[in-house]
Design a protein around this ligand. Structure first.
Ligand SMILES: *[C@@H]1O[C@H](CO)[C@@H](O)[C@H](O)[C@H]1NC(C)=O
Ligand SMILES: *[C@H]1O[C@H](CO)[C@@H](O)[C@H](O)[C@H]1NC(C)=O
Length: 476
């Protein structure tokens, strides 16, 4: 999705509505994963490599912690191929960018959640469609080699291929699979994405050939994206109808069943209003009923730089946080310990999940994508991301005035703080206090220690306190 003028602040009425008590208790979910995108490292596509905390940033681990504590168990981490492996896909990794990326990934996986490595490149490298499958395979061999021992990492071959030859999309996905497995990453899941922005609603029209992909480990999951506005681009707060979520997934669901495949909705969202809330919940309900093929979903999006973006799920003041976290929570996998924080996150804060997608048209938005040349789309997407820069001023040209409000001062303060000080701040904040404990005993996935922690240090039976870092220990 892209930023547009529709990315307005949620109405006060919407927020009040959101804050009212909902039943936040998780229902029986058949999903393996429910989570969010954690944007930041892919921002500033116009500035490559760009500067850390100026052009791009890494996700806020404190905010991830809040979402994790609420029960999410998967986080997709977009990054740019050109920053991780600069100059040439067959080259070496950039040590500094890898270090920060690894820190984010490890924070997620050490919490027990899954981390999705998402090269947010739309099938392009340095602005050009990737046509050399050997080079793409080499890129993935290099990257997977860095994470091959982490079983909770999922490799996402590329974000939203579009306007590409269909057999090239097939071949690039296969090359990625081969590169990943040849790096010794034998057990991890691999997320496949399709052409036409990997849109679920038009999956069968565009991406049927991807059923022939093969993996010696048989751990492929088809990641589709689905927005619920009229053109499926995720650029409007308005959803087509109460039932559009379910309707848009039906043909893809049949495709998965017929071909004996697994699917995952890697991006979805709706505006903060009753129609979208129903449509989103209807989609999740339908997926849950078909959880033999749907492994779960990720909201678009969270991350520190989304500001007033309409789909912002970043804890705790993102526009969509108060409204959508309780809805998502009903579908959290029971593994994730949703019950431990069910009451707190609903009422205390907004989880800001960044939902910005840079592309100029949405998943499956065929006509839009057809009209945009590959590079035009790529740069439009870059400018959309860049527009969320901390300065609040878009560095790209295309979609400048689309971010009405930003949070530059807050960001600047926190961004310049050392990681440890921001962690201290987070662990001392009373944001989710009651979420993680009851009766002097911390619940599973609750905090149980760390500098400045004054809460319970013992865990409920069945879990024990595990130190994550100096600032945070968790019952697991
Ligand atoms: C990180 O998240 C915490 C808690 O949600 C928040 O207090 C802090 O300001 C955030 N930092 C940044 C850089 O956004
Ligand atoms: C995740 O983030 C990427 C990059 O910003 C975005 O394109 C994508 O739509 C997001 N996905 C979800 C599920 O939020």
């Amino acid at each position: 999705m892209r930023f547009t003028s529709l990315m307005m602040a949620a109405s006060a009425a919407g927020l009040v509505h959101a804050a009212t008590k909902r039943d936040a208790s998780a229902k029986k979910s058949g999903f393996t994963w429910v989570g969010a995108n954690e944007s930041g490292a892919e921002f500033g596509e116009d500035n490559i490599p760009g500067k850390l905390d100026k052009d791009y940033t890494f996700p806020n681990t404190t905010a991830i912690r809040t979402l994790r504590d609420s029960g999410m168990n998967i986080f997709r981490v977009p990054f740019l191929m050109e920053r991780l492996v600069p100059d040439d896909m067959t080259g070496d990794v950039d040590a500094a960018y890898l270090k920060d990326l690894r820190k984010t990934i490890q924070f997620i996986t050490e919490s027990g959640a899954y981390a999705v490595l998402d090269p947010h490149n739309y099938g392009r490298y340095s602005g050009n469609i990737i046509t050399n499958t050997d080079n793409f395979k080499a890129f993935w061999k290099t990257v997977a080699g860095e994470f091959s021992s982490n079983q909770k990492v999922i490799f996402d071959t590329n974000n939203e291929y579009h306007d590409m030859d269909q057999s090239l999309v097939l071949n690039l996905n296969q090359a990625a699979i081969n590169g990943i497995r040849s790096a010794g990453a034998k057990n991890q899941y691999i997320f496949i994405e399709g052409n036409a922005y990997t849109g679920a609603w038009k999956w069968t029209d565009n991406n049927d050939n991807l059923k022939s992909l093969t993996d010696p480990q048989d751990k492929l999951v088809y990641q589709m994206h689905q927005y619920l506005d009229s053109d499926g681009s995720g650029t409007s707060e308005t959803c087509v109808s109460d039932t559009i979520g379910k309707e848009r997934l039906q043909s893809a669901t049949q495709w998965l069943k017929k071909n004996n495949k697994k699917g995952f909705v890697g991006e979805f969202a709706g505006g903060v209003n009753e129609q979208c809330e129903k449509a989103v919940e209807g989609m999740l309900e339908y997926m849950n009923e078909n959880s033999d093929v749907w492994m779960g979903a990720e909201w678009w999006a969270a991350g520190p730089w989304w500001g007033d973006y309409m789909y912002n799920l970043e804890p705790t003041d993102g526009q969509a946080y108060n409204t959508y976290l309780p809805i998502l929570k009903k579908y959290f996998p029971s593994e994730a310990g949703a019950s431990s924080s069910a009451s707190s996150s609903t009422s205390t804060k907004a989880v800001r999940v960044p939902l910005v997608r840079p592309s100029s048209s949405g998943p499956g938005s065929v006509s839009a994508s057809a009209s945009a040349s590959a590079s035009a789309s790529a740069s439009a997407s870059a400018s959309a991301s860049a527009s969320a820069s901390p300065s609040g001023k878009p560095s790209g040209g295309a979609l400048p005035s689309t971010i009405p409000v930003f949070v530059p001062t807050t960001f600047a303060t926190v961004a310049s703080a050392t990681p440890s000080s921001s962690l201290v701040a987070s662990s001392t904040s009373s944001a989710v206090p009651s979420a993680s404990s009851s009766g002097g005993v911390a619940n599973k996935y609750g905090q149980c220690g760390g500098i400045t922690w004054t809460g319970p240090e013992t865990c409920e039976s069945g879990s024990s306190c595990v130190k994550q870092n100096a600032y945070y220990s968790q019952c697991q």
